[in-house]
Design a protein around this ligand. Sequence first.
Ligand code: CP
Ligand code: NVA
Length: 306
Amino acid sequence: MTRHFLTVAETPDEDLDTIYRLATAPLDDTLLAGQGVALVFERPSLRTRASSSSAVHELGGYATFFSDDEIGIGRRESAEDVGRTLAEMYSLCAARVRRHDTLERLRAVVGERLGLINLLSDLAHPTQAVADVLTLADEFGDGDPRSLAGRRVAYVGDATNVTRSLAVALRRLGVHVRVGAPAHYQLSVGGGEDPSEDGLAGSLELVDDPVAAVTGVDAVYTDAWVSMGMEAETEQRRRDLASFAVTSELLSHAASHAVVLHCLPAHRGDEITDEVLDSPASRVWRQVYHRRSAMVGVLRWMKGEE
Ligand code: CP
Ligand code: NVA
């Protein structure tokens, strides 16, 4: 059976548990021996490209990188023809795409022949969410994500693709999530990575006040105010989101043991200050470390490990 990892929401709980476990369990470094993984990037990346290629190498495979300039999905040829081509030569493809719909179009044509991993789309960033869960589990659960139930996490700033996947992953684990953002930048409900999914153990609260968002929480998370592709709105966004910056003053309203998370790249002085990013509360480098663990877990699960 070919597996895909396009959103957290479409991945059943037991599969997420398997991914979390395999991320840090002893591994077989020949699992991908002789196998290539196509890495397609329509947008820039440091952490995702580095963690993907090193995780493939760690499992004995090799990664082939394709940039937007070379592959030109929708310009040089259609997403469908890119998918059909890659499926002739690879069993796995991990892709960072402008539009989530590109991943759905690839999935529609490759069927069982090519396993797909979402390395960030406009909708979701599920491999980041896996790394974030592993980081919080190290901090508050002795490495066990199931121990996070009842914890409280606040996200402040622009509610992005990262926020959506994070909210779904944490709520599945029984974590209470509060998102603080101005109305225009708040999470929208519904859609493919639905943060308002019914029946989850953890709650979701949407507020428009940053202090209300972070008061008493165990962790404060933020992401860029200007996501890739939104550069034309930079000045407007900096004005609209200024009061949502993660500063020492804002952090003082969280629990005294609270940690700070950011998917990076950080825009120091905008969504987060140097003082907070470089403080003892910051766990951003642990998140980076776990980007590779997360990719190892996802790749092992894709190859059918239990
Ligand atoms: N967090 C993250 O996805 O970083 P990159 O954009 O550098 O890959
Ligand atoms: N929300 C950001 C995340 C970058 C890792 C973006 O989409 O650009």
